[in-house]
Ligand binder design. Structure first.
Ligand code: NAD
Length: 252
């Protein structure tokens, strides 16, 4: 897959999966705009090392003003927006517990970032993609949504909402030749996974593996192929879909 002359935005790209998507789009010739609440300096350096142009902004995906500013900066620098990867989310910082023990503020924050954040970013890129009459939006959901992960109902619910939003957006935006799809990974070995599960991580991975058809733990590189494919012209007539990258745990 080649992304020469394409402009890709990856949200929440300071580390983890978002950083890996940025690296892989850059490797294939895209100009890559990355953003996060954290500093994206390391990711910007990676993009440049891949020989690509980059742009890093400090952006709060849940804010209309911040996402509009980010999209404007991308268009000013690169002139267009071809792919938006809505990867930013609250995950590593969450406290998982039985649903009646979850913190109300954390519930609201999860919806604010994981769900509203996608809405804000889609609104921010819409004028540009509409003018181009082209674009591919990739929303990062999770196996949590399709499996129905227990003890993290705020996260599970937010990632299920991502699938609903993907379907509704796909219907609304098809007329502008803008595609909207979702990718739903299983547990991936990232810093955030270590933070969320802490000393239970090995047990969680063991249980997760026992339900995979292909019993190998997922690494960051395993998710990249689906994201690149959905961003590319090879998936031109795919929209509204959710691709499970879960070692064969849930079959949609
Ligand atoms: N790692 C996994 O096992 C796994 C599995 C399924 C889905 N996912 C999803 O993949 C994505 C990345 O996961 P990760 O493991 O790399 O996690 P991560 O926590 O390292 O990445 C998420 C990034 O989003 C950023 N972010 C949080 N709130 C933000 C905001 N308001 N505005 C902008 N950026 C914000 C964080 O700072 C962080 O850098 C997330 O959407 C996550 O839910 C991860």
């Amino acid at each position: 897959m080649n992304f020469t002359d394409k402009v890709v935005i990856v949200t929440g790209a300071a580390r983890g999966l978002g950083q890996e998507y940025a690296r892989q789009f850059a490797r294939r010739g895209a100009s890559v705009a990355v953003n996060d609440l954290r500093d994206c300096g390391e990711t910007l350096e990676i993009i440049r090392q891949e020989g690509a142009q980059g742009l890093a902004t400090k952006t709060d995906v849940s804010s209309s003003a911040s996402t509009a500013e980010m999209a404007q900066a991308v268009v000013e620098k690169f002139g267009r927006i071809d792919v938006l990867v809505n990867n930013a989310a609250l995950y590593g910082s969450l406290h998982f517990a039985p649903f009646d023990k979850l913190d109300e503020k954390e519930w609201d924050a999860t919806m604010n970032v994981n769900v509203k954040g996608i809405w804000q970013c889609c609104k921010a890129v819409l004028p540009t993609m509409k003018k181009q009459q082209s674009g591919s939006i990739i929303n990062i959901s999770s196996l949590a949504a399709t499996y129905g992960m227990p003890n993290g109902l705020h996260y599970t619910t937010s990632k299920a909402a991502v699938i609903g939003a993907t379907r509704g957006l796909a219907r609304e935006l098809g007329r502008y030749n803008i595609r909207v799809n979702a990718v739903a990974p299983n547990v991936v070995n990232t810093d955030a996974t270590g933070e969320v599960f802490q000393d239970k991580k090995d047990k969680i991975v063991e249980v997760t593996l026992s339900q995979q058809a292909i019993r190998r733990p997922l690494e960051t590189g395993d998710i990249v192929g689906a994201v690149l494919f959905l961003g590319s012209e090879h998936s031109e007539l795919m929209t509204g879909q959710t691709m499970m990258v879960d070692g064969g745990t849930v079959f949609l």
